[in-house]
Design a protein around this ligand. Structure first.
Ligand code: 6U4
Length: 163
């Protein structure tokens, strides 16, 4: 499948499609300790791969419910990210932000959720790219980014930030 990243005006092919969801409440953000899958052991937002015949938004709602038992609505698409790994794996991720949810965050076999002050997001425990784009989308900007990784190490990146 091919996707166009508008700012970079090139086509790329991705092995998998995925989503990330960041829920904001007052000055806090819902983060997870990821217990399995890609990025196991890191802190991230709820998310995961898009299933066949599912939209990105449907995947975002499903993954958030499965991983932290919260029902989210009014998802705002905030970033489109492409990740290319040296071993040939590639992942296209759409990132959503919302302030609308119901329920109480609860752990699952995939994630331990916790509320974190936005001012003290633990970027050192997250994927290396997160510090480049998460502050931007939290400030209301839209981000498109391409990132090249060797396992956990970011080798290079291109990023476009749009108000
Ligand atoms: P399985 O076990 O395949 O069902 P699933 O939850 O569907 O798991 P998972 O967790 O492997 O899929 O999906 C990948 C997740 O990792 C997505 O939420 C995006 C996230 N991710 C991968 N690379 C990332 C990176 N460099 N920066 C980032 N999130 C990344 O912030």
């Amino acid at each position: 499948m091919l996707f166009k990243t508008n700012s970079f005006k090139q086509y790329y092919q991705f092995k998998d499609l995925a989503v990330l969801v960041f829920i904001i409440k007052d000055q806090q953000i819902l983060l997870i300790n990821k217990l399995r899958g890609l990025g196991k052991g890191k802190i991230n937002g709820p998310g995961g791969k898009v299933e066949p015949h599912e939209s990105f938004e449907q995947a975002a709602i499903r993954e958030t419910l499965e991983e932290v038992h919260l029902s989210v609505t009014n998802l705002q698409e905030s970033a489109k990210l492409g990740f290319f790994f040296k071993d040939g794996y590639s992942l296209y991720v759409r990132v959503f932000i919302t302030t609308n949810f119901t329920g109480t965050a609860q752990a699952s076999p995939e994630a331990i959720p916790f509320w974190q002050e936005i001012q003290t997001i633990p970027y050192d425990a997250m994927w290396q790219d997160d510090v480049l784009w998460l502050p931007e989308i939290l400030a209301g900007n839209f981000v498109e980014g391409l990132f090249w990784f060797q396992e956990d190490n970011m080798l290079s990146h291109q990023i476009s930030i749009n108000p």
